[in-house]
Ligand binder design. Structure first.
Ligand SMILES: Nc1ncnc2c1ncn2[C@@H]1O[C@H](COP(=O)(O)OP(=O)(O)O)[C@@H](O)[C@H]1O
Ligand SMILES: [Mg+2]
Length: 238
């Protein structure tokens, strides 16, 4: 039985009142899935993640987390509902240490903060080795791992990832995708926005193509990868 962990129905949202970037987007993530969202620059991929995190207001449509409506709750409440988020830019504080970055990530945990930190250092030994080092001294790939770890500290059941592989070397991209897979194997569902569309689709259970704030195509990752319309319009040029 598939159980939707996140269900977005007809989401409209934007940055200026009366001017929607998203024009009614539907996206579902089922328990245990890796789902990717691909599409051209400016399609509204990041905007959708921001709308789910209540960083911008949803002006029409609704979304549900584990079957309960959570549209336009506070960001804090969304995090408490088990949603973690790694934004596209500025996802770590370079001038703070790794320890401090993780500490900030644990702001919403009331109890067992120490335990949560210990678990993160266990799961990501590279971070444990460099606790006192400034995040700005990490490589691009290591910074993305820190950003993932920071989002995991609240024990989310769903992680929203906005272009975690952007700007990384091929080796670092592999490391980040491996980490995402391990996180998923540990029981966390993943909604992944990626420019690296072929890689993302081959890695995902299902995918959605967004274009100009609307759903264009959706299907199993493999199906989209082999769909001539998707290849023609979206994969050729990405
Ligand atoms: N902070 C913002 N204020 C106003 N418009 C924005 C802002 N962020 C993004 N946009 C606009 O929203 C549209 C979708 O952007 P975005 O969701 O970032 O696209 P994607 O992530 O798919 O590349 C673009 O036209 C972009 O210019
Ligand atoms: Mg984006």
């Amino acid at each position: 039985m598939t159980k939707p962990i996140l269900e977005c129905n007809g989401i409209a949202a934007g940055y200026v009142k009366g001017l929607n970037i998203l024009q009614g987007v539907d996206v579902v993530v089922n328990e245990g899935e890796i789902v990717s969202i691909i599409g051209p620059n400016g399609a509204g991929k990041s905007t959708l993640l921001k709308a789910i995190m209540s960083l911008i207001k949803v002006s029409a449509g609704r979304f549900f987390v584990n079957g309960e409506e959570k549209t336009n709750l506070s960001t804090h409440r969304i995090v408490m509902e088990g949603i973690g988020y790694v934004p596209q830019v500025a996802n770590v504080f370079p001038s703070l240490t790794i320890d401090e970055n993780l500490e900030i990530g644990s702001w919403s945990i009331k109890r067992d903060k120490k335990e949560a930190l210990t678990k993160i250092y266990n799961d990501f030994p590279m971070l444990g080795d460099r606790k006192k080092d400034k995040a700005g001294n990490l490589s691009g790939g290591q910074r993305q791992i820190l950003a993932l770890a920071r989002a995991l500290i609240t024990s989310p059941t769903l992680l929203l990832l906005d272009e975690p592989s952007a700007g990384l070397s091929p080796v670092a991209i592999n490391e980040v995708f491996t980490s995402i897979k391990e996180i998923n194997n540990s029981g966390v569902s993943i909604l992944l926005v990626e420019q690296n569309a072929k890689r993302a689709l081959s890695f995902s259970d299902r995918g959605y193509v967004l274009d100009q704030g609307r759903n264009a195509y959706q299907g199993k990752g493999e199906e989209l990868l082999n769909d001539p319309r998707v290849i023609d319009l979206y994969l050729g040029k990405l």
